[in-house]
Design a protein around this ligand. Structure first.
Ligand SMILES: Nc1nc2c(ncn2[C@@H]2O[C@H](COP(=O)(O)OP(=O)(O)OP(=O)(O)O)[C@@H](O)[C@H]2O)c(=O)[nH]1
Ligand SMILES: [Zn+2]
Length: 338
């Protein structure tokens, strides 16, 4: 029994490196444990997905028989069960979290972007582009999706007072994790290694120019984006080169980076807003009128709290703006719908 046991251990290690945990293995029935292999989706590209498991990466069909809601189909970062005999995917395992966006050109349709991310780096820079309001929006999104956020403040070399920026972030939420980095300097970015260990999956979000690509290159070390294309056969047997979505990091973790992830916008985020502004939500419950607009109605607990210095008027304005954007009324969205 020695040899099979050793083989088993090796397999487990490989899956562990890919991010396999009890959360996923607990979902397998005894039958599935015997008949299927778990694999992680590395790339989704033109009707083909590339997966990695115990063994070399290979391509499988993205079509799962009987999977009707769109969400039952695989996206990047997913764990998928593949039938050992037929190599056909049988089902997507329940996700820890799922990033979606409105499909470009059809806002009623949702598109899956990425799944099973352990840590979301919300990137902002220590310069005039820094905006608490924008960070709050990204935090709301992180809460909504159910992913752990870490705020990464870049360009610390361009300011004498990086701690002031960090303090402004902590004022949003006292327990928020904040990392200060010069994104171009590997030694400075070393503080991020704690989130990028074996089997850990991270993703980055942030506005244009804050230093996301710079950070990605630093985290990946010598393993630049250009060297991580994978070759796969398309339907006609020709070889095509596909940009990978899951990038191996020096510390053993994974960076999930797709164009969709970078372009993510805040959409419906009611739950997330309530969590980031839980102090406001709680106090608003004490307003005399349940539909209080906090605009000067009698018995408004929010106004009273602002007057008493318990809540700041700046955060109140941001809360109101986010809540308005989140409203189902098109007029609040600031863009016309046809
Ligand atoms: N001084 C300094 N410059 C930085 C730092 N991080 C990034 N930069 C510079 O800022 C500029 C923008 O960085 P990018 O990494 O391209 O930013 P990005 O977020 O990927 O931008 P998009 O691709 O537009 O989304 C580049 O000129 C970088 O060299 C930093 O920590 N310090
Ligand atoms: Zn009120």
């Amino acid at each position: 029994m020695v040899a099979p046991h050793r083989a088993m251990t090796l397999t487990d290690e490989t899956l562990h490196e890919l991010g396999w945990t009890a959360f996923f293995s607990n979902q397998l029935s005894q039958e599935e444990t015997q008949a299927c292999h778990p694999v992680r989706v590395m790339t989704v590209h033109r009707g083909q997905i590339t997966v990695a498991g115990a063994g070399a990466p290979f391509s499988v069909s993205p079509y799962i028989p009987g999977a009707t809601p769109t969400d039952d189909h695989p996206t990047v970062g997913d764990w998928l069960l593949v039938d050992a005999a037929t190599q056909q995917p049988t089902r997507v395992l329940r996700r820890r979290n799922l990033f979606k966006r409105r499909a470009p050109g059809d806002p009623r349709r949702e598109q899956m972007i990425a799944a099973n991310i352990d840590t979301l780096f919300i990137v902002a820079s220590c310069n005039q582009d820094f905006s608490v309001a924008r960070l709050e929006r990204y935090l709301v999104l992180a809460r909504e999706v159910g992913v752990d956020p870490v705020v990464v403040l870049t360009k610390t070399d361009l300011t004498d007072t990086p701690q002031d920026f960090a303090a402004a972030v902590r004022a949003i939420e006292p327990d928020l994790r904040v990392e200060l980095v010069d994104g171009r300097d590997p030694a400075s970015a070393a503080g991020l290694a704690a989130y990028c260990g074996t089997g850990q999956t991270v993703a980055l979000l942030g506005s244009s120019g804050v230093g996301k690509s710079t950070l990605v290159n630093t985290l990946r070390g010598s393993d630049s984006i250009a060297t991580q294309a994978i070759r796969e056969s398309d339907d006609t047997g020709r070889h095509t080169t596909t940009a990978r979505a899951m990038h191996r990091l020096a510390g053993g973790g994974w960076l999930l980076d797709t164009p969709g992830m970078r372009e993510l916008q805040l959409s419906d985020a009611t739950a997330g807003i309530a969590e980031v502004f839980d102090d406001f939500v709680e106090i608003a419950q004490r307003c005399r009128f349940s539909d209080c607009a906090h605009g000067g109605e009698p018995g408004c607990a929010i106004r009273a709290a602002i007057d008493a210095g318990v809540l700041t008027v700046e955060r109140f304005d941001r809360w109101r703006r986010l809540a308005a954007e989140d409203s189902p009324m098109p007029a609040y969205h600031g863009k016309r719908r046809r």
